[in-house]
Design a protein around this ligand. Structure first.
Ligand SMILES: [Zn+2]
Length: 127
């Protein structure tokens, strides 16, 4: 087992990357949803208003439904980003949740929210 440690410089770089992503995700969510004042990180899609005609109503429902699934995807990435930021703050960022070893920095650079080693690199041999 290789005992790697992540340097502060590396962690700062990752933190900046995560915060940039967080802003982008929040902006995207705010373009069609309202943030829930009672639950941090939760957003509620707003029902669009195109007009009162039947085809307009049908489009409203279609757009609303696609927004709901986008909302879910974005909320999940926001949650992952926040979890990673919390780990950096707590000083336990970059450890594999399966085997506990430090995830390769190259992997973290590409996927800063990774919580597990690359498949094959993990001692627990997860997929
Ligand atoms: Zn692992």
């Amino acid at each position: 087992m290789t005992t790697q440690t992540l340097t502060n410089e590396f962690l700062e770089k990752i933190k900046a990357k995560l915060e940039e992503r967080k802003t982008a995700v929040e902006e995207q969510l705010e373009s069609f949803a309202k943030s829930d004042p009672h639950q941090q990180g939760n957003y509620n899609s707003e029902f669009p208003q195109f007009g009162d005609k039947e085809d307009e109503n049908a489009s409203e429902v279609a757009v609303f439904e696609s927004n709901l699934s986008l909302e879910e995807t974005l909320e999940q990435s926001l949650e992952m980003i926040n979890r990673s930021l919390k780990k950096i703050a707590d000083g336990n960022y970059g450890k594999c949740e399966k085997c506990g070893q430090v995830i390769e920095p190259e992997r973290l650079e590409i996927m800063p929210t990774a919580t597990k080693c690359a498949p094959g690199a993990c001692k627990m041999n997860h997929a």
